[in-house]
Design a protein around this ligand. Structure first.
Ligand SMILES: CC(=O)SCCNC(=O)CCNC(=O)[C@H](O)C(C)(C)COP(=O)(O)OP(=O)(O)OC[C@H]1O[C@@H](n2cnc3c(N)ncnc32)[C@H](O)[C@@H]1OP(=O)(O)O
Ligand SMILES: CC(=O)C(=O)O
Length: 536
């Protein structure tokens, strides 16, 4: 069976710029366009030239991309001619390959939002499209509010779409602008539209206000639409747009679509998708969504023991596609939901072999469950889990012994009550290499001071820990009330690029932090192959 071509239209840089909290720079736009182009989308909508200086500058030089570069903007305004509309002129003058006109297709919106007439709106669509085509641009029309408009006045919504097609638009994009339409409605309406407008001219632009933008896009494809608009990581106005990071793997990996359609993204490029999704978050300074379909860190993470046992026998038992196909990874987590299979798998990842019949494995599993009941969480603290395993296996050397530590917090206030100075001092007394050493340090807070004092003088072990950097510190208080227990997670890195996480638990946040910091150092010493101190 010959497969039909589906066009992918990315609007990360236009509708994505309408996301709350997202503020692209020119350089961000250039980098994202390059990533999208490399991925293989067909169109990159760069923004709205003429609406703001950033987008105008972005369209003043065409980025060096293979994809079609699309400029977005309104049809000519009510009461103006196309020739005399600066907004239309900015679109036509931009260095774009395609122009996407947004046009109302709901008669109520024409009257209320545009304060125009139905007839004038039809003319604005036709005249704007014709002007773009006359300038040698490919034209598309985003029929705003199409589905609500269709339900209210089917004839007028269709007339808007037809006016665009007859004026020469390549794509008539049906927009679920308010995002309230459901998949079965989308499928029914697109089928009806496709009776008068060829499917190869129809696109879908869905918003996620009912959490179904992806389902709505796929429903439109089933009904005949041949272009999908969407964005990376589902960025977009309000709840976002259809998430291309979910749609692309679905089109390539699910036979219902992969057997009927082809897209510009290859299976090889699909293996870059997880990296691209995370790179976008990195640019936006956002934490990646761990639970994102396909690309999230938890998308192929198995926590339950029953699942882990089966996944390790045959991954297809609990995975709908292979994580490698999207460049993601399988993770088998250690927690209170774990069985021996989880433990064996995580130990193997950490380079430790332990047989299923080894009694130390049962002891380790019991200890994990006991500790988790006290508040420890090994799922995000692989180094502490490694140390726990090594201690139970009798393979954890003693390096040093902390006799005591103390921390003082210093706050000085000005006469007007404002904070004048703030800091903390810590003292750590420990035995190492047969000697007692006392180290003091100042820090910007108690944990910082403690960390610096602890790592100031570890005798012969100092050279192994010089390059440790504390890169993340997270505190969670749970159980609530006066019996609250504090869990601290610490993430460290070294100059080799290794990262490891440790956990500490106590009623006291400083004690919990101290425990996590000690684990972080001991883990590094163990990984570096440092010999234990026999004098302890
Ligand atoms: C569904 C969507 O996501 S559409 C995309 C929305 N994106 C944006 O709006 C982001 C960029 N927008 C902007 O920077 C500004 O809104 C601009 C520069 C485009 C326009 O700014 P202003 O001239 O100050 O107008 P304002 O934003 O207040 O109102 C929009 C105007 O466009 C008119 N308009 C809206 N849609 C259309 C349309 N499809 N065709 C013609 N005119 C339209 C409105 O009637 C209103 O007209 P008015 O100024 O006579 O009242
Ligand atoms: C065009 C657009 O972004 C919408 O109708 O939602």
């Amino acid at each position: 069976m010959t497969r039909q071509r589906l066009s992918l239209f990315d609007t990360t840089l236009r509708d994505g710029a309408q996301t709350t909290g997202v503020d692209f720079s020119l350089d961000d736009k250039r980098q994202i366009a390059a990533m999208l182009d490399d991925l293989g989308v067909d169109y990159i909508e760069g923004g709205y030239p003429g609406a703001n200086p950033l987008d105008t500058a972005f369209f003043a030089t065409r980025p060096d991309i293979r994809a079609r570069f699309a400029a977005f903007g309104m049809t000519r305004r009510h009461g103006r001619s196309v020739e005399n509309d600066p907004g239309v002129a900015a679109l036509l003058d931009s260095r774009s390959d395609a122009v996407v006109f947004v046009a109302k297709s709901w008669d109520y919106q024409v009257r209320v939002a545009l304060r125009s007439t139905e007839e004038d709106n039809l003319q604005a669509i036709a005249q704007s499209v014709a002007a773009a085509v006359a300038r040698g641009k490919e034209a598309a029309v985003d029929c705003e509010h199409f589905f609500d408009g269709f339900k209210a006045n089917e004839a007028y919504a269709l007339a808007c779409a037809k006016a665009a097609l007859e004026a020469g638009a390549r794509w008539i994009v049906l927009c679920d602008t308010n995002g309230g339409t459901l998949p079965h409605e989308i499928e029914r309406i697109v089928r009806r539209v496709a009776e008068g407008i060829p499917g190869e001219n129809l696109g879908i632009h869905a918003h996620d206000d009912t959490g179904q933008a992806v389902a709505n896009s796929l429903a439109a494809v089933r009904a005949g639409a041949r272009q999908i608009q969407g964005s990376l990581n589902g960025l977009g106005e309000r709840c976002g747009n259809a998430n291309l990071t979910t749609i692309i793997p679905t089109l390539l990996l699910k036979p219902e679509f992969s057997e009927r359609f082809e897209i510009g993204v290859t299976l090889e490029k699909l293996t870059h998708l997880t990296r691209i999704s995370h790179a976008l978050d990195e640019l936006l300074n956002r934490a990646p969504d761990r639970h994102a379909p396909y690309v999230g860190a938890s998308a192929f993470a198995t926590k339950a023991g029953i699942h882990a046992s089966a996944v390790l026998t045959d991954s297809r038992t609990y995975e709908h596609v292979s994580p490698e196909s999207i460049g993601n990874q399988r993770r088998v987590l250690v927690s209170d939901q774990a069985g021996k299979s989880n433990i064996i798998s995580e130990l193997a990842r950490l380079g430790v072999a332990l047989d299923k019949d080894d009694p130390r494995l049962s002891r380790l599993l019991e200890e994990v469950k006991l500790k988790e009941a006290q508040g420890y969480a090994y799922e995000g603290a692989d180094a502490s889990f490694f140390l726990l395993a090594k201690r139970i296996m009798g393979e954890a050397p003693h390096y040093f012994h902390v006799e005591r530590y103390s921390v003082a917090v210093d706050r000085r206030f000005a006469r007007n009550g404002g904070l004048e100075d703030a800091g903390a001092e810590a003292i750590v007394k420990l035995r190492v290499n047969g000697e007692t050493r006392i180290s003091a340090a100042e820090g910007n807070g108690p944990v910082n001071a403690l960390d610096l004092a602890l790592r100031k003088d570890l005798g012969s072990y100092q050279r192994f820990i010089e390059d440790i950097k504390l890169v993340d510190y997270r505190v969670r208080v749970f159980q609530g009330g006066t019996d609250a227990v504090t869990r601290v997670l610490v993430e460290c890195a070294d100059s080799k690029g290794e990262r490891w996480s440790t956990v500490g638990v106590s009623a006291n946040v400083i004690d919990a932090s101290f425990e996590a910091l000690i684990d972080a150092i001991v883990y590094k010493l163990l990984r570096e192959g440092a010999k234990g101190d026999n004098s302890l």
